[in-house]
Design a protein around this ligand. Sequence first.
Ligand code: TA6
Length: 313
Amino acid sequence: MAATERHPFELAKGINGLDKIILRESRGRSAEIYLYGSHVTSWKNENGEELLHLSSKAIFKPPKPIRGGIPLCFPQFSNFGTLESHGFARNRIWEIDASPPPLPSNSCSNAFVDLILRPTEDDLKIWPHNFEYRLRVALGTEGELTLTSRIRNTNSDGKPFTFTFAYHTYFSVSDISEVRVEGLETLDYLDNLKNRERFTEQGDAITFESEIDKIYLSTPTKIAILDHEKKRTFVIRKDGLAGAVVWNPWDKKSKTISDLGDEDYKHFLCVEAAAIERPITLKPGEEWKGRLELSAVPSSYSSGQLDPKKVLE
Ligand code: TA6
């Protein structure tokens, strides 16, 4: 199905016949979203360059979640609870939401899709809460990719529910050793490689030379990933998401992940806008909103050095 004014997206068949949505912007930028997991698998700039990393061994076969892109972790991040790792939203088939409640700001985008997930009877057996999870994915006129999650408690038994959440974004980078992250320095974090003990980040920007799996707490609304070699900076803007996870499995851990190529770790970095340390609780009728906006901009230089301050301004 081609895009029209009423349906500002295309519907197509993806890998293994799975349904996918394609968003296109007039200058050639695009994004792809699988209904399986409401999973963004591709985000391309005007030169057709892929900005997200999709594993070279990604398996597009339910119930295995897709490795790479932007998996949605809901209603549980990692093993912070009794559900499967990262919850079940990423391995359910979502539906297109034909009549979503209006969202205030979508003025800068005419390529977007609204998707919805409601629990099945089987889901209610493992997580006994009725909810509506609405996701809007929009490709802006400047090429920015925006994901807006709206999660509503629709329990009729009067019970609140609590969840943790993350946009588990795999950014494509030229070489992990050449990358730095700005915006998380001096913050507290839980180190997943040290029994989630709490530490404080020291010094400058974060650089990478070994496995990392950290949950940063109380993070700013803007974080930047500077890719020296590509001369590209990703700017992450987030609302409603206090945490940020930084993950790269490096060589040894990668070999234990069956759907990740051995060399893939060199070419991605996960920086995940998240709500983990302070889980979200919703009473019946209440709605939570968590917004992620990603842009890729040329890096600015000053005397041969990257100038992250300019980027974060
Ligand atoms: O966000 C980091 C993390 O929780 C890591 O601990 C790591 O295992 C990763 O996510 C991938 O999880 P997955 O369930 O997709 O294999």
